[in-house]
Design a protein around this ligand. Structure first.
Ligand code: ADP
Length: 174
């Protein structure tokens, strides 16, 4: 199932949530700040030990004070309008599903819910519509290339009304 809801990604009980991370995997603003605040200082300590990444990279951490099983930290691109930005944003979604699938297998889970924020569309400036298009297309692509990943339920959690409208429309067209 692929769905969208409007709300705060830290407020619901998803198996895994994705953080719109920076390349240092450090506490930041926006959704990143909200996730770190609710997860607690253990998350800062854990992430401080992670090797620095580049746009498109994803690292996993425990969820600490959050109800989820784990957090996937995806480094979104800082928008400059390049092809590389689009590839990196697609890479975030692709790599998160791949890592969630690996986790699901390792833990012998039947299904897993994976919640995404609208990566890069806040402080990093990615245009909402283009980012939504990449997110939805990438999820469709990985599900069609690897049908077993359909056992992962995808939820696009939109904090802003504009994103919620875009995702509702994009998912209706699926
Ligand atoms: P980035 O640096 O990747 O742009 P931001 O956190 O600034 O990250 O923004 C990414 C998206 O997350 C934006 O659409 C923003 O509205 C949204 N957002 C901010 N806070 C939350 C939250 N608590 N839950 C879900 N989404 C959020």
């Amino acid at each position: 199932m692929i769905s969208t809801i409007k709300g705060d990604i830290t407020g619901l009980d998803f198996d895994m949530i994705v953080n719109a991370a920076n390349a240092h995997f450090a506490r930041g603003g926006g959704v990143c700040g909200a996730i770190f605040a609710k997860a607690g200082p253990e998350l800062d300590a854990f992430c401080a030990k992670l090797p620095k990444g580049k746009a498109g990279d994803v690292r996993i951490s425990p969820a600490f004070g959050l109800p989820s099983k784990a957090i996937l930290h995806a480094v979104g691109p800082i928008y400059e309008g390049t092809k590389e930005n689009a590839q990196a944003l697609a890479g975030c979604y692709w790599n998160c599903v791949a890592m969630a699938y690996q986790y699901k297998r390792e833990h012998d889970l039947e299904r897993l819910s994976l919640a995404f924020p609208c990566i890069s569309t806040g402080i990093y400036g990615y245009p909402h519509e283009a980012a939504c298009d990449i997110a939805v297309r990438t999820i469709r692509k990985i599900r069609s290339a690897f049908p077993d990943t359909k056992s992962i339920d995808i939820i696009f959690v939109c904090y802003e009304q504009i994103d919620y409208e875009l995702y509702k429309k994009a998912l209706k067209e699926l």
